[in-house]
Design a protein around this ligand. Sequence first.
Ligand SMILES: O=P(O)(O)OC[C@H]1O[C@@H](O)[C@H](O)[C@@H](O)[C@@H]1O
Length: 312
Amino acid sequence: MATVSMAFCVNTVTFSNHGRHNRSRGMAFASLGKEATTLGVKLTEGEGSLPKLVLTSPAGSEAEIYLFGGCITSWKVPSGNDLLFVRPDAVFNKKKPISGGVPHCFPQFGPGPIQQHGFARNMDWTVADSESVEGNPVVTLELKDAPYSRDIWDFSFHALFKVTLNAKSLSTELKVKNTDNKAFSFNTALHTYFRASVSGTSVKGLKGCKTLNKHPDPNNPVEGTEERDVVTFPGFVDCIYLDAANELQLDNGLGDLISIKNTNWSDAVLWNPHLQMEACYKDFVCVENAKIGSVQLEPEQTWTAVQHLSIA
Ligand SMILES: O=P(O)(O)OC[C@H]1O[C@@H](O)[C@H](O)[C@@H](O)[C@@H]1O
């Protein structure tokens, strides 16, 4: 089948065509001089004039990704429903991470020696690649160490975050490579905010997991075992599930059943702040794929994990 492969940068537009499979590939968007469009991937200005990618699939699904934080902020399925949630207090001024969507927690999940949830959600990611596979957009963002991260965590690393939008799914693959000459360790999560009606929301697939429950005291998580087939959100919830299944099912209470599959995200976290966020707690839950135990990487080693969100 005839195909188009497209490479361009925004200010000096160059196109190259190679006959290959039904796949087109584009190079990074070099700057924001103009709006760039290729094959279901568009670079635009988002809130606060921050650069935002808009991905559209031929079936009518759509996703938005801010380069700041490498944060997916919207995933609209063909019905038009946005299954992700951005908090009303989110700011788009780079002074704080974007509070919503799918923020990265890296190289630390939660509190610890560096800032809560690490620095990746506070940094500008760049577009490493964009392609179209069977008409569906695939974008790869990258993040490398920079003076800001070095001041906090003195290691050289290279992270790639590949986002694939299909008609009824949104997949991400995170790769972290140690580009340093010494080993490092990290932990990480995708802190996904799902739109929900909290009183009708439930998660299946966690029964039998060891838990670290941060309720009532976040500083002293209580160890336990999840006994419930169906976990609900009747009040404040902040709980780590160790060795979680590689598929969870989220009923968002709004009529959507969302499958949350993963490879190599060994753990999960449920969070709802309840009255700590009175203005919005009823409208979302976080179901986070996480790696709570440290990943140790020797020089040149890479860690990879995939999250696959889909509806039936
Ligand atoms: O406000 P932040 O830094 O985005 O974190 C929100 C929540 O993130 C969750 O992942 C944690 O389990 C909670 O303990 C934390 O409160």
